[in-house]
Design a protein around this ligand. Sequence first.
Ligand code: C5P
Length: 406
Amino acid sequence: MLAGKRILLIIGGGIAAYKSLELIRLYQKAGASVVPVLTRAAEQFVTPLSASALAGEKVYRDLFDLTDEAEMGHIELSRAADLVVVAPATADLMAKMAGGLANDLASTLLMATDKRVLIAPAMNVRMWDHAATRRNLATLLSDGVLTVGPDEGDMACGEFGFGRMAEPPAIVAATEAAFGGEALSGPLSGRHVLVTSGPTHEPIDPVRYIANRSSGAQGSAIGGALARLGARVSFVTGPTAIAPPHGVEVIAVETAAEMLAAVEGALPADAAVFAAAVADWRVLRESTSKVKKAPGEGPPPLELAENPDILASVARRNETRPTLVVGFAAETDDVIANATAKRARKGCDWILANDVSPGTGIMGGSENAVTLITEAGAESWPRMGKVAVAERLAARIAAALGEVAA
Ligand code: C5P
């Protein structure tokens, strides 16, 4: 799939840069040609000579190099490739990309290109979890940037966690997927996962509705993380302001009733994650015309009816029950006790409990602090970015489904 393709490989300044030399070799083995671009910081980790020798191409390093500009201007360089790959994508490079900075050759090429961009982030776990990186990643994903990794593991700095650059073969697989447009290959390849996300809107009349403060950020991050592990994701989402993740099938709904129908239509699935904040009640008699104020009559009474519990109805299915059913419990008091009881009441396998008390800043924020409740007990995860929570959950789902298959 990569034969004859031309890849502009931007190497950022991180310790993982040494793996990019291996990446050049693998691209070439697959029949692609690679034009390397090194940032100033990258040159501290790999030499331009190594990159050039392996690629068999000139290495580009400087925005203001007169010879380079005369031979091939940076605009042309950014467009001559079929795909731009950034590996390692450092926190700094991601920030520049998200902010639209163009103050060196790499960032200028990334702004000027008309091609798709795939990034392989690599950084210390704290930097990956930092709110700024979370924001930048969310921006890049909604800009259509493709990502691969990072992986969880030991880091060069001695810490452990997410932030290791994806291994070169995984980056090659993601590059092939970028050309092929199909799902990335990974531990969830061949699996179908259903995700609900966002709030629901329950109409009062044609202009008014009942809703809640869910932003859809956590559900969206989960959909994206599952897709990056290779799953086919049916992403059923209520109305949100954020873009849906890439690589998922989006089924947009408004009400709880529509969400239930969409979920039932998407089954069977190997796993289902119910991250939507479904309204508990809908208006019993929705008005087909706008309810008017009438002098002296006071506010109209709103009679409510209970919405179907989508999670519970799927978890209690005999046929087409997904192997793994995961729910959320957003609580403000006795979080673990309430969530443990909810797990039993709803019949789901796992519950991710989170404290959404106003002081936590979780509802609508970029971070989450969750406790995973399974049959085995409660496991509290440290507070981290919503993307990191999603990646950890996706990895756990992959491991659990892998065990079932084994
Ligand atoms: O009962 P509660 O709303 O706290 O339960 C939360 C969990 O149940 C979440 O996983 C949510 O997506 C799911 N849910 C649902 N349908 C409802 C209410 C909640 O799927 N009507």
